[in-house]
Design a protein around this ligand. Structure first.
Ligand SMILES: [Zn+2]
Length: 154
């Protein structure tokens, strides 16, 4: 390989992009749909898009399984949003609406919401049931190795 690159799945069109590690990933755009690859916000995903997002991203992917009607989930939403803007582009933040995507909740045996799952190369590496505050969420991500080896020179 002549240049080091990190694979990132586009949050808009689900295409796989290769970003040279020397590039500022925050400014990178998708080669297919030309939308930014990182928006600073968690990305809502459907069952159809989920597999590629967790399997083809080289960066760790954290998923919030949530429901819009549930108060603890609503309370955690701004926390998740804030921490996403801090950890991108080293970690991808996704949201799964458990009511709209019951198949995913069943696949991952989600018994309580919110549940956070951290994936690496398609595998669950950590799981957390119950809402977290911002500091607890940052620690949980760091403890589980998210952003421990920076993927980009940002
Ligand atoms: Zn795209």
């Amino acid at each position: 390989m002549s240049e080091q690159a990190t694979q990132v799945v586009c949050p808009n069109c689900n295409s796989v992009n290769r970003i040279p590690t020397a590039k500022n990933a925050r400014e990178a755009k998708c080669g297919h749909c030309h939308q930014p690859l990182f928006t600073g916000h968690p990305i809502p995903v459907t069952t159809a898009r989920f597999g590629r997002q967790i399997e083809r991203n080289d960066i760790p992917v954290v998923v919030d399984f949530w429901a819009s009607w549930f108060v603890p989930c609503k309370a955690m939403a701004p926390v998740y949003e804030r921490v996403a803007s801090e950890f991108e582009p080293e970690v991808r933040f996704l949201k799964v609406d458990t009511e709209a995507e019951p198949e995913l909740s069943a696949r991952y045996n989600i018994r309580s919401i919110p549940t956070l799952m951290l994936f690496r190369n398609g595998k669950v590496v950590a799981q957390q049931a119950g809402a977290l505050g911002a500091e607890a969420l940052r620690s949980w991500l760091r403890q589980n190795g998210a952003a421990s080896a920076p993927a980009f020179q940002t």
